[in-house]
Structures are given as C-alpha cells and as structure tokens.
Ligand binder design. Sequence first.
Ligand code: PHE
Ligand code: ZN
Length: 880
Amino acid sequence: MKNAQPHTIYLKDYQAPDYLIDRTELLFDLKPNATLVTSRLLVRRNPDAVKDDEAGLPALWLDGIDLELLSIAVDGALLPAQRFREEAGGLSLTVDKPEFLLEIQTRIAPESNTSLEGLYLSNGMYCTQCEAEGFRKITFYPDRPDVMSVFTTTIVAPATYPVLLSNGNKVDSGTTEDGRLRVTWEDPFAKPSYLFALVAGDLQYVEDTFTTCSGRNVKLQLFTEARNIGKCAHAMTSLKRSMRWDEEVYGREYDLDIFMIVAVDHFNMGAMENKGLNIFNSACVLASPETATDTAFQRIEAIVAHEYFHNWSGNRVTCRDWFQLSLKEGFTVFRDAEFSADMNSRAVKRIEDVTLLRTAQFAEDAGPMSHPVRPDSYMEISNFYTLTIYEKGAEVVRMIHTILGAEAFRRGSDLYFERHDGCAVTCEDFVVAMEDANNADLKQFRRWYDQAGTPVLDVQDEYDAENATYTLTFHQHTPATPGQEEKLPLHIPVAVGLLGANGDALALDESDSKEKVFHLTEATQSFTLHGINERPLPSLLRGFSAPVKLRFDYSNTQLLFLMQHDTDAFNRWDACQRLALRTLEQLQTQYRAGDVLESPTALIDGFSAVLGHTELDPALVAKMLTLPSAQEMAEQGSEIDAEAIVAAREFVRSTIAGALKSRFLTRYHALDERKAYQPTAEDIAQRSLKNTCLAYLCNTGDEDALTLAQAQFERGENMTDVSAALAALVEYGAEGVAEERLASFYQQWQHDTQVVESWFGMQSSSASFGSLGRVRQLLSHPAFELKNPNKVRAVIGGFAMRNFKQFHREDGSGYEFLADQVIALDGLNPQIASRLVTPLTRWKKYRAREAEQIQGALKRIADSGELSPDLYEVVSKSLT
Ligand code: PHE
Ligand code: ZN
C-alpha cells in the first residue's frame, strides 16, 4: 500500500465519517521485521453521516500505508475478494450492514521504518508515533480524529522486552506457551487513533504519586533506558507541578489511575500527548545538573506541562479534523506559557515567546507557506505543525483572555470542557463557549482564525495642552498572503500606559488606572484620553497584547527613557530591542554604502545604564543586553542582505564589548557565586546574566577574558556554566584552543547522547568555527546519525538555521549543501526533510544574487526525483 499522490485537501469538503468504531481491540505480536497486528473493530453506521439512502450503504474506507494485508473477516467470515479493494492510501470495503465486527490482520516492519511515524524501533526499543496520520502505518483504520473509540491493546513480545506499555490501565499480563510476555491494556476513555501509543523495551523507571484534588492517588512513572535513570527527577517534579497547576488554575483533574512518560532518542518532534502514555524526545525530558543547561531544564518543565495539559485540551476534548489543530495546540501552548510564567519570571517567559514569534512566526507569515491559524487547505498535515498553529494560535487565545478578563476566560473554558467532553470539536466551538459563558461578542475577533499574515499597526499621537487631552490614532493593515489578497480589519486589543516626564506612570482616567486596553476594530481609529496634564510618552502594546508589528516614531532618547522607567517589564525590554534594531539597520545602510561604521553611542549608553541597574531581574537584564539575532534582523528589513546583517551585528557586538568591558567584568564577578546548582528562576537568572557578560568579555578577544572562560570551563560546576564557557571559547578563542577544548569535552561526555547533541550544535552554529568544511566533518563523525532527528537538527539545522554567517557564504555553497542533505533525508524521514528545507523557502526576500542561488538549490531538490508529499508541498509552494 503506497502513499496517495500529493493533492490538496480543503476544509470546506469536510464530511462526518460514514462509520464509527465503538470498540477497537488490537493484538501486537512484535518482531523487528514482521510484526503481526490483528485488529477487531466494532463498526457502526454513523447516524450523523451525510446520507444518500437511495444508493444503499456506502463503502467503508480504511486508511493504510506500508501495510501488508493478510486477512479480512466480517462477523467471523472471511470477506470475499470482490468485497474489498486496496487503493493508494487505504482499503475500501463493501459490507452492506449497518453494524458488524471487522477483523483484519496485517504485517508491518518496524525495523525498516525510518520515518519515525507509526511503529518503529529506537535503540532497539519499540515505540509509536501516531499524530497526525501515523496510525495508518500500523493497521487499516479510519485514521481521522472524529472517529473516537475505546481501545484495548494486547502486546506479545520476547522476554527481552520486559516493559510492555499502552494507553490506559494494565488489566492483564502473563506468558504465552512459548515463553513470551503478554500484557493487556484497556483505555476507558474513547479516543481518536492519533492518541494511541505502544512501547516495548528493556526499560527502567522512576515512580512517584500524585493525590488529585478529589483525593485520588495517581501513579506516575517515567521510563528510560537504564543509563538515563539518573536524569528523571526534574521531569517528575515538573509533572507534579503541572498537575497541581491545572487543578488550581483551570479546575482540571487527572482522570486515569496511572500517568506514564517514556523517553526515546529517535523522535521527530518534542513530545506527544498519547492518552496516559506520553512519549518524549529524550532531549525534552532527561536532565541532570551535570549534563543539561538551564535552557534545557526550562524547556523540559514547559514541555512536560504542555503534554500533560493536553489531557484535557486535546484528549478529553479533541479536534474534529486537522484544520482545527490550533484548537488543541494554540490553547495548550497558551496554558503552558502561563504555567511557565507562574513558575518562573513572567516577563522573561513573555520575552522568549515573543522573540520566537517575531523571528520565526512572522517570517512564516510572510513566506510561501503562510497560512491562517485555522488553515483552509493543506497537502500534507505534517507540514502544518507550525509556529502559526502553535505560537500565533496561543496569541489568539491570549487575546481572548485579554479581551474577556481572567475570570470570564475561566468561565468560558469551564463551559468549553463541560459542553464538549468526549467530543471532537472545532475552533468555532471554542469561541462560542467563550461567548456563551459571558454573553460576549467575538464576531469580528474570529477573523484572527482565518486571516493569514502579520498585521502592521501604525500609531500616531497628538497632545492638546489646552484641553489636557491625549489622542492616539491607530491604523491597521495586513499585507496580502498567498491566496488571500484582501484583508479585513481585525479586533486588536492594545494595552497602553503613559509615562510622565519624571518617569511616573500617569493616571489614564478618574479611577486612576495606569493601564488601559484599547479595542481596535476599524482600519483607522482614534482614542482620546482626558485629564492628561503633560505631554506623555506612550508605552504601547504592553506585554505584547497582540501579535502585530507596531510602528511608532520614537526618538532614541524616548526609547532610552522607556528602558529606564517603563513599569511594564516587557516594554522595557522592547524599547531596548527597538533601539538595537534601529541601530543595526542604520549600520547595514552604512555598510552597503561603503561608509565608515558609526559607533552605536545611544545603544552603548542604554546598555551601560541597564548593566548598572542592580535591582532589575538579572534575567531581564540579560535579555536586554542580547542583540536581536541575525534571523530577526532579516525578518525586519524589506530585502535581506546577509553580508550587511552579519557585518552590522558583529560591529555592534564588538564595539559594545570593548566600550563596556570593565562594566561586564564587574557584573560577571559579582554574579559568579559558588553554590550548588538549582534550576530555580533566581539562580537561572543569575547564571544567564553572568554568562551574557562572559560572552561579551570574550568578544573583545582579550587574553584575560578568555582565561576567565577557560577557568569557568575547567571548574566544571554545572553544564550551564561549562557550556557557556565552551561556547565563548569556540566563538572567540583561537582556533587551536577551540579544537582542543571541544575534543576534551567530547572525550568526557561521549557516552551521553544529550550532551553530544549539544556539542554538535555548538560547533555547527558557531559563526567563527562552524564553516561548511567543519560541518561536513561533523557529518562523518562516528556519533552522527542521519536517522536521528536530534543529531540532524543539531548539525544540519544548527548550520542552516542558526549560523547565518557561514550558511550565507557568498559562493552559495551553504545552500547547495542544504539541498544535498534535504534530498538525502527525504528518502529516510520526509517530515524532517520538509522542516529542514525552511531556510531555502524565503528566497524571494534576498538580494538578487542570493535569491538566484537559493532558488537554484530549491529547483535542484524539485528535480531530484520523486519527492515525499511533505517535501513536495513545501518545495512546490516555495517555487511558485
Ligand atoms: N502533539 C504534539 C504536541 O504538540 C506534537 C507532535 C505532533 C508530536 C506530531 C509528534 C507528531 O505536543
Ligand atoms: Zn501540543
């Protein structure tokens, strides 16, 4: 059974399923190259299907890919050959009964499944990945989320696989006559096939318990290979915190008696929320202070929470079809972001999320794959697990939260869960629940779901001293995107505060409030505030209250003032970013004109003031001192000149490093305390500023600074400090020194997969060290595996997505290299190939020379033979 030819699927064509599956019983007899899968399905005609009774009962369609069909029986009798037909992508059956028991036996080969979708092997352990459409690689089934069924799963495997897991509760276990192990799991909650999971291996686990708000005890287990058993504690703590938080903030209690997490090394994404049996990419769950950085600790906390939260937002209430993907993803990302904000620094979490949005989601919105939060068509759904669905989708939910207020939002989510529990629903159902619970009107707001592109918000202000009024005029405009020429005005909530000349927050009305949310609904709209007795400085779009590009003509002095005085921490940082971006833009212009680059004095003043601000959260200071990435600079401008971007950024960094060296040094020493590692917000903040200072210090190239890094590296206190020191040495130290440190580091950590992955990434993403030649060497390093997505992302992704300088070398060799890798990967793992090609998709925004080179590389991929549907969709859309 092969894949169907790539074709476009439309939301408008959605039809309810013809048949439902009330019960699903699966039997797996596991063998690496010949696993037998027997399914018993209770099939029933869907009373809600679109009916054409004249024609009799419709055929039953079952999806299936790469399956060997062995037998089909209906109500105990073999189905005659003329009653079924194998077609591209599945199986069509004519049964002519409204209800029947269907038994199908298929054979699959997990060992040769490199797509990491369906049932596959990772380091000798069996695991599954079914979202979105992987279940069809396991057995013939109506593999769509609106078919929900109660699953019972029996696994039979040799005794060398002592741990056999599936969803729900273990209800039976034993041994077969020939001495193999047999376990049966039953999941009482009806679920779509994409939430099915199976794991079999020689695994160890750590265990804990959680008592829910109603007093039930839930067993928590985290499974890994024996060598990683010491890296589970942080994920377990994070899980318990998430369970408590969801009870307290959303009133959601866990429903089964057991919750399991399994770590696997080969995984396409971060993790997967399978009912009661979450499967995680090892890098997103395993951590210890010696091996993982603060960033990894925080990522783990967020992802564990995200998957756990899906138990309600995704599993209990699921999606009707994949066009509704953001229903579960946008909502769940919003939930995990609020959780992380509550556990750590709220402002810093917001800054990180907005940076990702501005860098990558805005770029997606402006590129050939641009799509709305609820797309209306796709070729391959795997290509739509995007920043738009996840991050912009979360922003849309956040705006509903802002518009309605926290309490009303909670009433809405309560109603949503109550009304739709056990159902497969739509984004529209979510919005209606929010409205119904609050008598609210979100009619115009809905446009956020179907309009693609990033809105631009131009703002002007006017102060009338005589009448003491202050007027803000907003003009919104969303640029055209593929397939959407005309855009309508959106409902945009804009949170605003005003600063007086002495830096105080001004009262905005009689009730003395210092912040207001303006509801923009028209293309152009003005708001006037009264009783404003001095010309204020506006702090606009506080907390990034809407995912838009805001333009206001601030002077450098005004930005420096906001950096010092704004009470909104996010906007303080944003003022700093605006100043940096503007400075970098001017320098790019100077560079292109061949002028002498001007010293960035305003920015140096700003950074100097920020560095001296010892009461500010050090994590916020670290964020303020971090220049926008080259990728973000590229997103900002109208035409990308890679060389000018790199030159401007390097110039600003080294000028700042030189000018503020003694300040960085003072701050570094003050923060460099010897204490036991803890991943608390406070300690993480301290380390992040310390290491930001260290990087600037090393950027001077001065021997004393590099010696400092060397000492920090050698102390080896925790991976955060060690890897920050190593990264600084690699980036700014002499080549020989970098090579030597990298080698000794590898020597020490070669047994640890997660550390080796970051060791790869550090080299390939280094502007000074990660040349194409070096990256090629890494590809032939014994620890590199093309079949392991984490290693591919570290080496190839690190180079193409995080090493702007080397990737965009003027001879175009970076593009050709990426094209070669994408072609090679497409045969192994289409999802990874299609994600990796992203940097080539935006060729139209580059200067003519690069544009031509990138387009050439894309064309070469297109002409390289038969592409997977995944890669075909991205490449063909990028070339039109
Ligand atoms: N649903 C997963 C999540 O967001 C992501 C995922 C999608 C994982 C597809 C695997 C495959 O949590
Ligand atoms: Zn998710």
